[in-house]
Design a protein around this ligand. Structure first.
Ligand code: FAD
Length: 280
């Protein structure tokens, strides 16, 4: 995907600053002023803030975020597997928490293993052999044998949403606008749909001869985003609650949910379509 994107970018007449970071983002009349780490300065009628939400640019602009902790922590690491993964991703809803394995180049996969916050610490500290043993027990052998593990990282999980996703001359996109629980794997899909909606709103704005960062255009964009975002958050939160750890009746509800999903074709297909982002 990155390769295709770069090929297309090379065909367009764009001014391209890479590697560089936006160090300072300042509102000015008619847009924003950007100070880059390579020393250059830019002014823009429309700035798309898509920095992943951790670089402090939102805070520079005084855009606050709503943060709701899931009280869960994802343990993330690269693992070696004994058989080719053929590009298949796995998700397991285990008693110990949801876990996912995503294909990486070669015979390696990215492990995302959700724990109630605090409980990941013991696993982070396990010797490699013991960790791989526990992983194999929890995941089973569908992906083959786990042969080695890379550096382990722990990420506390929260739902983070920007309070002001649009301002005159500014649109906040992707994780900067919404960081979700990774259980449903929806963050990137949602970010891509944000890009599509922004392009559509800008095309409409151009047809109506409005300036690039006009609020009528950006509010139309945000109206579309708000609905999609709310649906995806509801869907992801539903999965977190159903497959999370904190409710005593959950093993039964979970089992009923999974059996229901297995038995009822339309329900399963509906879930898959929703998870692939084909249904808004
Ligand atoms: C463990 C895990 C598993 C996930 N699995 C899935 C999945 O299966 N499916 C899915 O859809 N989503 C998944 N997600 C979510 C997905 O990774 C994110 O939603 C997606 O990466 C968001 O893209 P983004 O471009 O908004 O932010 P990011 O991917 O964080 O990219 C932000 C970019 O901005 C750059 N940047 C930062 N600050 C500055 C600055 N000041 N100036 C210039 N550039 C800057 C960074 O270098 C980075 O390249 C997962 C997330 C996690 C944590």
């Amino acid at each position: 995907m990155g390769r295709v994107l770069h090929q297309r970018l090379a065909q367009l007449s764009l001014e391209w600053h890479c590697p560089a970071k936006v160090e300072q983002l300042t509102p000015i009349a008619g847009g924003h002023h950007l100070q880059l780490s390579d020393g250059s300065q830019l002014t823009a009628g429309l700035t798309v803030l898509a920095d992943g939400g951790r670089s402090g640019l939102k805070e520079q602009l005084g855009i606050s975020s709503r943060r709701e902790s899931y009280e869960q922590t994802a343990l993330i690491a690269h693992v070696g597997v004994s058989q080719p993964h053929n590009g298949v991703a796995y998700e397991r809803f285990t008693e110990q928490g949801p876990m996912a394995l995503l294909p990486l180049p070669g015979q390696a996969m990215e492990l995302i293993w959700t724990h109630p916050s605090g409980r990941e610490k013991a696993r982070m500290a396990l010797p490699e052999r013991e960790f791989l043993l526990q992983l194999q027990q929890a995941f089973g052998d569908r992906a083959g044998r786990f042969t080695q593990i890379g550096a382990r990282h722990a990420y506390p999980l929260s739902l983070v949403t920007a309070e002001e996703p649009v301002r005159p001359g500014l649109a906040v996109l992707g994780n900067a606008a919404h960081a979700l629980h990774p259980v449903a794997g929806q963050g990137f899909n949602l970010a891509l749909r944000g890009v599509m909606d922004l392009v559509e709103a800008l095309e409409q704005g151009e047809l109506a001869k409005r300036p690039l960062g006009d609020m009528v255009t950006l509010q139309a964009f945000e109206k579309q985003r708000a609905r999609d975002r709310a649906n995806v958050i509801r869907f992801s939160d539903g999965l977190v609650r159903l497959f999370g750890h904190s409710f005593p009746l959950l093993p039964h509800a979970r089992a009923a949910g999974l059996i229901g999903l297995n038995l009822v074709g339309p329900l399963r297909r509906g879930l898959a379509r929703r998870a692939m982002g084909l249904e808004r």
